[in-house]
Design a binder for this molecule. Structure first.
Ligand SMILES: N=c1c2ncn([C@@H]3O[C@H](COP(=O)(O)OP(=O)(O)OP(=O)(O)O)[C@@H](O)[C@H]3O)c2ncn1[C@@H]1O[C@H](COP(=O)(O)O)[C@@H](O)[C@H]1O
Length: 107
């Protein structure tokens, strides 16, 4: 299981069983608007860090954003498997397109 998948599992666990002092639990309690606000806020912070050429900060902000997107997914009942499947479908489509263009060039 990779880091994103295990984060998703922990986040999902916080959704079903409340844990004292859990920020994730707090986000679920606040609901969709708060989660979306945090996603937007973190996205802005990624942009600022990257524009300033601060690689370490950018990594931190991307991690914050991915965490909040993970909370959003769990809140909306979207499983990691579904996102992975969509990415794989796109990669496959891209691969097929490349093969198609190659055949086109070769003929
Ligand atoms: N990956 C994260 C993670 N990334 C960022 N954050 C929190 O996200 C918040 C973002 O910081 P901000 O300053 O923007 O927000 P804030 O001022 O604290 O909060 P707001 O008042 O804005 O809501 C911080 O409190 C961070 O601790 C995270 N909180 C939890 N996790 C993981 O989520 C899992 C569950 O942890 P708990 O939330 O502690 O149950 C664990 O695996 C954690 O490692």
């Amino acid at each position: 299981m990779d880091a994103m998948e295990s984060l998703y599992q922990v986040v999902l666990d916080r959704k079903v069983s409340a844990q004292e002092g859990s920020y994730t639990g707090y986000l679920f309690q606040q609901g969709l608007d708060k989660i979306l606000k945090k996603c937007a806020e973190e996205c802005g912070e990624v942009i600022i860090a990257a524009k300033n050429g601060r690689k370490e900060d950018t990594i931190g902000e991307i991690s914050d954003l991915l965490y909040h997107l993970t909370v959003l997914m769990a809140n909306e009942g979207i499983a990691w498997e579904q996102v992975k499947a969509e990415l794989q479908r796109r990669a496959q489509k891209q691969g097929n397109l490349k093969k198609f263009h190659q055949v086109d060039k070769d003929t």
